[in-house]
Design a protein. Structure first.
Lengths: 235, 235
DNA sequence: CGGTGGATTGAGCTCAATCAAGCAGCGTGG
DNA sequence: CCACGCTGCTTGATTGAGCTCAATCCACCG
């Protein structure tokens, strides 16, 4: 339906594209659905497809040799995933798993390459997106190395709220289907620590917990928790 | 001197460039020297220059708001730094500090842009390099989140040995001017933990410590330490 | 030689992982 | 409709890895 087409405009990868090119993309796309718990691709597989998420939630994880994994990224609707790998022509570095039922548009690598030949700016935009994500990861790396579990959890909530928060009368609702375990994998802590911390914050009245969701009441307070004592916020 | 020119060939960013383009790069380069402890640039500054390290060592760090920093990358001779930022036209995300006295070649951003217009593959190579570093960081992120300090230190040594190790009769010598503190900032531990761990390993005979250097005697053993204990769940 | 800054080592302590129950929301089937 | 079970969440108790502080020690410099 043309609603999907309109959503393509919101995809950062495509914002610079002229309408004709966008139409071309749309025409060569293939709709792909995925049930919750299924995988779009696994890490180290050849990157043959790129995806744009229309509806649902996807989590991208990196699995270690001994089984423990980390959650590198959550994909929200109107975001691309697997695109950088497909464009640069390498393997997927991460595993992409549907957290809920998902609707996506998918492109074969060769089709993308053909379109890129006509619209090289697509590759350039992909470059910029990759660099941006790279930098976010650098920041998270520093946080993981130097900050306390509590600070990291606070930051994770703020990021999620920023990325996919729904404004409600009582505050910001994060309604991704995120378990405590997922939150732990994002922040490099344990599920128990996440649970304890969130419970404490609920007792302090600065948020409300639900199963797989969090309602942030006092965002400002959360920011002060995320930033180490002293020093003004931001970054 | 033309020795420098020959070294440009070894720079991954330039390997795909035809000789004429390389000559063009060389001609528009400006030699820049830096004393130990001085800074090429600081994070969040506008990226106006890109560099290639000819001689010496550079460390790239990310500083947090409260002062603690992490060491993201060590630059060895014939590697570029600041290039991705300059090409993509953003700020430097990291601070680049000369660990030893350094000789570099430097380019102004506008000159690079001009050359890229003639040789677009330069941008493409930069893209691939950025993606590759991105992935390395993802791996380190997972390690930091899930593995023990000992494992991370072992891995850091292996990476350094791989990047800048000098083969000796007695083993691999890592002779970067790396303090224990630097190693700690690479691995997200404290200088004390690094010292203790290396001392223990020296007692075990699998390496030899020196001031700002390490001689790896038993590389295989180090690899088994870096990989988590084999747990065969067969009973 | 003495000084300076890195490196080592010990002691104590803290944060957060782990283990172990128990609880609560939700879907399912009887 | 309720009982049940599944799964995710909470919470207490315990433990230990690794941080911190502090006191040397030692290599290399002038």
């Amino acid at each position: 339906m043309s609603n999907d087409f309109r959503n393509l405009r919101k995809v950062k990868l495509f914002t610079e594209l002229p309408t004709t090119a966008l139409q071309l993309m749309y025409d060569s796309a293939r709709p792909v659905q995925m049930e919750a718990g299924c995988f779009f691709f696994h890490q180290n597989e050849r990157a043959e497809m790129m995806y744009v998420l229309l509806d649902g939630q996807v989590k991208m994880t990196l699995l270690g040799p001994e089984g423990r994994q980390v959650l590198i990224r959550i994909v929200a609707p109107c975001e691309d995933f697997g695109a950088v790998s497909a464009i640069v022509g390498s393997d997927y570095p991460l595993t992409a798993e549907a957290v809920t039922r998902c609707r996506t548009l998918a492109w074969e690598q060769k089709d993308i390459m053909r379109i890129i030949d006509s619209y090289p700016m697509l590759r350039e935009t992909a470059f910029q997106i990759a660099v941006k994500r790279f930098r976010q990861l650098q920041k998270r790396f520093r946080e993981l190395a130097t900050e306390s579990a509590e600070q990291r959890i606070a930051r994770a909530l703020l990021r999620l709220s920023n990325q996919a928060g729904l404004p409600k009368t009582e505050g910001m609702l994060i309604d991704l289907a995120l378990s405590r375990g997922d939150l732990a994998e994002m922040t490099g802590t344990s599920l128990y620590t996440v649970s304890r911390t969130l419970s404490q914050w609920e007792r302090d009245g600065l948020l409300k917990n639900g199963r797989g969701k969090v309602l942030i009441r006092d965002c400002a307070q959360l920011i002060t928790l995320a930033t180490p004592p002293e020093n003004p916020p931001f970054n």
